[in-house]
Design a protein around this ligand. Structure first.
Ligand SMILES: [Zn+2]
Length: 253
């Protein structure tokens, strides 16, 4: 049965209220397993004493949801953009949040390691890594093959590690960062989901952001979309999907 993976991006103490609102909106449709993309040091803020946040993430983790490393600070601290296109991508489209967009191997390794250590400190493991804004330098991707993680993802694909096999699966996201109006984004998402359904895509990825909590029309659209997809798709965490995908690839070889 084809899969549906729903991810909650940018999970951190500072965004937790909005994340909870988005999670509740999803769970009011069906209690499906979610993939939570957690940022250890969101926007370089001091480590939080928000014990409720950690306790609630533990609770979600213990009840079948997945926690995934989502960068370290979620801030692009790389060298200045070299041209107009890069400037548009890094400063406008992703609002300087593409932390791994231009990192060299050493810097990428340091941040990935720091993130994994932070996860270990919380008593959590992670099977995957999702770069903020899905922007990864080649060096970042190469570093990820050395981590023991089993997957990463880009905007357009799921990437198996360590062999970098790709599964085309564009993420459906409502994020207000697009220049398109909200209504147009919702229409585009409906059409993309319908296309993927017609193509019997093995995986549909839906990515939700804290900002979606503040847009009732987005939440309502997301709920209708999940309800329409669930009869034909099994909802699962990304690591569960990757496990069966990688096992199937081995059998085919
Ligand atoms: Zn993010």
């Amino acid at each position: 049965m084809p899969a549906l993976c729903v991810s909650i991006h940018d999970v951190a103490p500072a965004t937790w209220k909005d994340c909870q609102c988005v999670i509740a909106a999803v769970q009011s449709v069906a209690p499906i397993p979610l993939t939570l993309l957690v940022v250890p040091r969101w926007h370089d803020l001091p480590d939080s004493q928000a014990t409720d946040f950690y306790a609630q993430l533990n609770c979600l983790r213990n009840s079948g949801n997945e926690l995934v490393l989502h960068g370290y600070t979620h801030l692009d601290a790389g060298p200045p953009p070299r041209n107009l296109l890069e400037n548009f991508k890094r400063r406008v489209l992703t609002r300087s949040e593409g932390e791994f967009a231009t990192l060299c191997a050493v810097a990428a390794r340091q941040r990935i390691r720091a993130g994994l250590q932070w996860f270990a400190h919380q008593g959590w493991d992670t099977k995957g890594f999702v770069a903020p804004a899905w922007m990864m330098s080649e060096a970042t991707l190469a570093e990820l093959t050395q981590t023991g993680l089993s997957y990463a993802s880009s905007y357009g694909a799921l990437i198996g590690l360590p062999h970098l096999q790709k599964l085309h699966a564009p993420a459906l996201v409502y994020t207000a960062r697009y220049a398109l109006g909200d209504a147009l984004v919702r229409t585009a998402i409906s059409q993309l989901a319908a296309l993927q359904t017609r193509k019997k895509a093995a995986l549909i990825r839906l990515g939700l952001h804290p900002a979606d909590a503040r847009n009732p029309a987005t939440l309502a659209h997301m709920q209708r979309l999940i309800a329409s997809l669930l009869p034909g798709r099994l909802a699962m965490t990304k690591s569960t999907f990757v496990q069966s995908w990688q096992a199937a690839s081995v059998k085919i070889q």
